[in-house]
Design a protein around this ligand. Structure first.
Ligand code: 5GP
Length: 202
């Protein structure tokens, strides 16, 4: 049995990580696809939990060996979802949640056309700026760069199957949960069950 694939994108500061953390906490059949990145770990981040933190050489050699379902440069660092990570989770029947930028979202939608895709919109750009500032991990120049990137990301939101606005965290979490529950019911995700019923001898 294969799990469903759920692509989630949002600009930094839209609250996507918090939403995903809650979804994974509420739904034991969902797991996060751990990406590879060349960015330095932030305080509290663990290798093999938040990301697989790797050097540029290792990342480049994975690219050369076709080991990624998608990869992209985001905020001057490399990020990628390995095919091994997708296979590791989906082959166990686990629903895989991808947290990727819009480039990763586009690439995964092309590679996995049946995947669900959700774009999380912030309520306003002022709120994005406030969240990035409050996080206290980035300097003013980086925040400016992330705000500009946020506008570029938001312009692609219409390419996703669903839009969730994060103006209220509980509601946003429940709407993402609704999407996952509904996507599990799609006939395309029930193909194995249909086949088994047709083949069942009674
Ligand atoms: P952060 O450095 O804040 O953890 O993530 C920065 C951006 O990179 C976010 O938009 C996040 O969704 C994106 N990202 C994280 N992992 C991947 C990945 O595997 N592929 C792509 N394309 N983007 C990713």
């Amino acid at each position: 049995m294969k799990g469903i694939l759920v692509i989630i994108s949002a600009p930094s500061g839209a609250g996507k990580s918090t939403i995903i953390r809650q979804i994974l906490g509420n739904d034991s059949n969902c797991r996060f696809a751990i990406s590879h990145t060349t960015r330095q770990p932030r305080a509290g981040e663990k290798d093999g939990v938040d990301y697989y933190f790797v050097g540029r050489d290792e990342f480049q050699s994975m690219v050369a060996n076709d080991r990624f379902a998608e990869w992209a440069v985001v905020h001057s660092n490399f990020y990628g979802t390995s095919l091994a990570e997708v296979e590791r989770l989906s082959s166990q029947g686990i629903d895989v949640v991808f947290e990727v930028d819009y480039q990763g979202g586009r690439a995964l939608m092309r590679r996995f056309p049946d995947a669900a895709s959700i774009f999380v919109l912030p309520p306003s750009m002022a709120e994005v700026k406030r969240r990035l500032t409050d996080r206290g991990t980035d300097d003013a120049e980086t925040i400016e760069m992330r705000l500009q990137n946020a506008r570029i990301e938001i312009a692609t939101a219409g390419e996703y199957r669903y839009i969730v606005v994060n103006d209220d965290l509980d509601r946003a979490v429940s709407q993402v949960g609704d999407v996952i529950r509904v996507e599990r019911l799609r006939s395309i995700n029930r193909a194995a069950m249909i086949r088994d019923l047709v083949a069942e001898k009674v």
